[in-house]
Design a protein around this ligand. Structure first.
Ligand code: GLU
Length: 469
């Protein structure tokens, strides 16, 4: 049977980084086994689900390269099928009608709590036929939980987990208003979608036993289960906003690359020797859910940033350019092709140092200005009268050069320093300040070439002539 996995988010909010990891593991597992990875939007809770959340989830998954292999299934659209299965169980004697009102159920719960018993349904209607007084009254459909023995699940991550069946109660599968309960809907959907492996957060482990009741009562083969640990913050607490970014789109906005995020999430609780950088194609060959650790994964933002730096350095500058330009423009204006060309020429050098796209864009900001950038404090301090005189002299020298390309510029600047009897640094630093407004930048020949002769000379002259600070 072909492996089929699914990611099943509830669209009650943005896609959390932990959900992204679950989706990734589902996709990798399916790919590893030549199967399919599906998406089911669990929007049965109509009051808490929103269209906006659905769109955000789809967008987040698309950004991470985790779009499903088939169109998404919306759980809310399958309510008739959920009801159909509940009625089948009823007809087969594996479920029954229960007529308690909400008040009666609340009283039952109170009594159990007062007697220090777990608040379970007492099975009153389990073996009773409704009488004439129940005619036309609303009823819920409850599944008959097994009374003896235990339910055992061989979880691919957690190992053997078991529960005594006496601890399970006859849960409602179809409410008196005809709507399915969540645990029932999940089983029907997973069965109909032919899911072979349910890989999800370990907060769902206890649900599994109750879901098994539906599989078993229908005579359906249970899927394999793998409950993966949730992601915690560095302090061991459940990951939340106060630890840093948690929503996938927030990571995108902060300038992380999807490949780096996925690689980082993969390494969180799964490993292959001590390999750190594992591109997706390789992960698809190596990943096995059985190798996922049982301990809670701890989010390490510094490590993610390090991964991002590695991926950023390896990235094709052409692929980064549109995003860098978008960040520089900040939606306000569209830079012309000349400015894009400047950034393009600088990117390979800037990529060496930036850890995020946000940093990369910031380091390229000087290139898209019209005219000289205002120097930062450290840079301004370097613009001494001697440095200005040097810049005026350099402007003359540079304007007379026959060519304007990186290799020649480097060569000419060395010559210039030698002839003038100064260190190259004494030439390069004032130039750097004049061109970029900062004391750090890509190599000076690269910077000069990227700006082009006209722009570079204008900036050098402006710095040479600026009134002393
Ligand atoms: N909808 C559930 C959630 O968002 C997932 C249920 C499942 O994977 O079975 O936590």
């Amino acid at each position: 049977m072909s492996v089929r996995t699914r990611f099943a988010p509830s669209p009650t909010g943005f896609l959390h980084i932990g959900g992204a990891r679950t989706a990734l593991f589902n996709q990798l597992f399916a790919r590893r086994h030549g199967g399919q990875y599906l998406l089911r939007i669990e929007d049965t809770d109509r009051t808490r689900s929103t269209q906006e959340a659905v769109e955000q989830i789809l967008e987040s998954l698309a950004w991470l390269g985790l779009s499903p292999d088939e169109p998404p299934v919306f759980q809310s659209q399958r309510a008739a099928r959920h009801a159909e299965v509940a009625h089948q169980l009823l007809a087969a004697g594996r479920a029954y009608r229960a007529y308690e009102t909400p008040e009666e159920l609340a009283a039952m719960r109170e009594r159990a709590l007062a007697e220090k018993r777990p608040p379970r349904y007492d099975g009153f209607w389990r073996d009773r036929e409704p009488g004439p007084e129940q005619a036309g009254k609303p009823f819920a459909i409850r599944i008959k939980a097994p009374l003896e023995g235990e339910t055992v699940v061989e979880d691919l991550v957690q190992g053997t987990v078991r529960v005594k069946n006496s601890e399970l109660d006859d849960m409602i599968i179809l409410r008196s208003d005809g709507t399915p309960t969540y645990l029932h809907a999940v089983v029907v959907d997973d069965h109909d979608m032919a899911i072979t492996h349910v890989i999800r957060g370990d907060d769902h482990l206890t649900n599994t036993f109750r879901q098994c009741m539906v599989y078993d009562a229908m005579g359906w083969r249970r899927p394999h289960f793998a409950h993966i640990p949730l992601i915690h913050g560095a302090d061991g607490a459940k990951l939340s906003k106060r630890h840093g970014a948690v929503s996938v789109l927030e990571f995108r906005e902060q300038g992380f690359l999807p490949e780096a995020v996925c690689n980082y999430l993969l390494r969180l609780g799964w490993g292959h020797g001590d390999e750190e950088i594992i591109p997706r194609a390789r992960a698809e060959r190596l990943f096995d859910i059985a190798d996922v650790g049982r301990a809670a994964a701890r989010m390490d933002y510094a490590k993610l940033t390090h991964f991002n730096g590695v991926y950023l350095r390896q990235a094709d500058p052409e692929a980064l350019l549109p995003e860098v330009m978008r960040r520089l423009a900040r939606g306000r204006l569209d830079f012309g092709t000349e400015k894009a060309a400047r950034v393009r020429a600088l990117l390979p050098a800037l990529q060496e140092r930036a850890k995020t796209l946000a940093e990369l864009a910031e380091s390229a900001a000087f290139a898209v200005l019209d005219g000289a950038p205002a120097p930062d404090a450290k840079a301004a301090a370097l613009l001494t009268p001697e440095a200005r005189a040097r810049l005026a002299d350099l402007a003359e020298f540079l304007s007379a050069l026959p060519d304007w390309n990186r290799a020649d510029l480097e060569h000419w600047l060395r010559d210039y320093a030698e002839v003038k009897g100064v260190k190259l640094k004494e030439v390069a630093q004032p130039l750097r300040v004049a061109l970029t407004g900062s004391t750090t930048s890509p190599p000076i020949d690269v910077t000069l070439e990227a700006l082009g002769r006209g722009e570079a000379l204008a900036r050098i002259l402006a710095a040479a002539e600026a009134p002393a600070a």
